[in-house]
Design a protein around this ligand. Structure first.
Ligand SMILES: Nc1ncnc2c1ncn2[C@@H]1O[C@H](COP(=O)(O)OS(=O)(=O)O)[C@@H](OP(=O)(O)O)[C@H]1O
Ligand SMILES: Nc1ncnc2c1ncn2[C@@H]1O[C@H](COP(=O)(O)OP(=O)(O)O)[C@@H](O)[C@H]1O
Length: 181
């Protein structure tokens, strides 16, 4: 093990029910069991506190993502490995977060959890796809609201074809390769 540990932000972007939170929890659990702390900035928790009152329109989603990016960079620049399972549907929002990290010299890794919408809507962990189909909600990412797929993520996981454990393996392998663990 080397001296001072480098922090990093690992942003897991993807559709609702893609597997972002599950993979983040799996990665964090493995890191903790190795004695390497990790923090998860959970989207729902952030929306209950830091981003309370924000909705799901383009501007509010952008604001939400910038706030999370700000906190993640702050933690990562102080040695924390930060996992961010947040949809972040707009490329320019994600690019702004990456740029903030670049300016500060803080490592940033973008992981696209690329589960197709057909699989996500079958999983429907929170019942949102069913509610959208029933006309109870609108503006659901990937259905009747945009999701701009990352053109060049650091890692793309086809999370419909593998277990969460295998998906976590690929994240950990990338972090090791980048010298972040
Ligand atoms: N209209 C609509 N579109 C997308 N998601 C919705 C919506 N309404 C509520 N939710 C739930 O809120 C979670 C998304 O919050 P995020 O902060 O990750 O989204 S964003 O980055 O600001 O777009 C998201 O969590 P995950 O399912 O874990 O991705 C949803 O459960
Ligand atoms: N390879 C995989 N990676 C992550 N989750 C998976 C995978 N395969 C199946 N799942 C399941 O898919 C669901 C994903 O839910 P969740 O992680 O809450 O999604 P999100 O945070 O993207 O909304 C969970 O029930 C999880 O067990």
């Amino acid at each position: 093990m080397s001296g001072a540990r480098r922090g990093a932000t690992v942003w897991l972007t993807g559709l609702p029910s893609a597997g972002k939170s599950t993979i983040a929890a799996e990665v964090a659990g493995r890191l903790r069991s190795r004695g390497r702390g990790a923090e998860i900035l959970d989207g729902d928790e952030i929306r209950a506190f830091l981003s309370a009152g924000l909705g799901f329109g383009r501007e509010d989603r952008h604001t939400n993502v910038q706030r999370i990016g700000f906190v993640a960079e702050l933690l990562a620049s102080n040695g924390v490995l930060v996992l961010v399972p947040v949809i972040a549907p707009y490329a320019d929002s994600r690019d702004a977060v990456r740029e903030r990290h670049r300016q500060e010299g803080t490592p940033y890794v973008e992981v696209h959890v690329a589960t197709p919408v057909e699989v996500c809507s079958q999983r429907d962990v929170k019942g949102l796809y069913a509610r959208q189909a029933a006309g109870e909600i609108s503006g659901l990412t990937g259905v009747d609201d945009p999701y701009e797929e990352p053109a060049a993520p650091d890692l793309r996981i086809a999370a419909q074809d593998c277990s969460a454990a295998r998906a976590a393996d690929s994240v950990l392998a990338l972090l090791t390769e980048r010298g972040l663990l």
